[in-house]
Design a binder for this molecule. Structure first.
Ligand code: ATP
Length: 221
């Protein structure tokens, strides 16, 4: 994968998110490179909203105060594209009109030149997660666990400055979940960037290691 030149801590500085009259959550935290900060809370407490804020794709219906920084650089008003956050959702969201390899190629930074080099990197990324020979496959023909691994490699190869994981294992069955979780955490930590994980599952938090913070209260219906 593409190493990030100089991994830096991610800081959420006095972030408060409100929805209409309700204060959804308040968080202050710094996440070091290679560290996982796990965010837990009941359904509707604002976990995905916090990740949307961190990724720069928060719906304007929410009102936000506070800042997000990577190192000393303030990202609060920076567009989602320019932030270079790597995001993994519950659903792997592979592009259906591209092959498995095409999904990976798409994410390789433009700075990597040459079709041969790009193809080689994409093939290596698939090999690393046990998917050698899957380059030309249609993503729809993959199992849930295989899709999750492609999505992981697509995210990591994009050289993200930080990672946002939104319940990325919750659609996998128990055995696959354990295996995928171990793979995601080992590769994400090896990328050496700050990681925020949102989960309902205490076992995810335990496997992630690191700090756990609880946010919010139960949403009003
Ligand atoms: N685009 C939006 N506009 C208005 N309200 C929204 C929007 N998206 C989410 N909400 C509301 O914001 C609150 C927080 O939602 P969010 O999805 O962040 O919670 P969550 O903790 O991730 O929940 P879950 O664990 O069920 O995924 C909920 O009350 C939800 O209904």
């Amino acid at each position: 994968m593409q190493a990030v030149d100089d991994p830096m801590p991610l800081t959420l500085a006095d972030v408060t998110i409100r929805l209409a009259e309700r204060t959804l959550l308040s968080v202050s935290a710094t996440v070091m490179p290679g560290e996982v900060l796990t965010v837990m809370g009941p359904s509707g407490s604002g976990k995905s909203t916090l990740l949307a804020f961190a990724g720069g794709f928060l719906d304007p219906a929410f009102r936000v105060s506070g800042r997000i920084l990577i190192g000393d650089s303030d990202l609060t008003d920076v567009s989602a594209n320019e932030r270079r956050a790597g995001v993994l959702f519950q659903d792997p969201l592979l592009f259906p009109h591209l092959s498995v390899g095409g999904n990976i190629l798409f994410a390789i930074p433009q700075a990597v030149k040459g079709h041969k080099m790009r193809r080689q990197l994409a093939e290596q990324a698939l090999e690393q997660v046990g998917l050698a020979g899957f380059f030309d496959r249609d993503p729809e023909t993959l199992s849930g666990g295989q899709k999750a691994r492609v999505a992981l490699q697509r995210t990591l190869i994009s050289a993200p400055r930080y990672l946002l994981l939104d319940e990325p294992f919750s659609k996998l069955d128990a055995a696959l979940r354990q295996q995928t979780r171990a793979l995601v955490f080992s590769k994400a930590k090896a990328a050496g960037v700050p990681i925020i994980l949102v989960t309902h599952d205490g076992a995810d938090a335990e496997a992630a290691g690191g700090r756990v913070i609880a946010i919010g209260s139960e949403a009003e219906a």
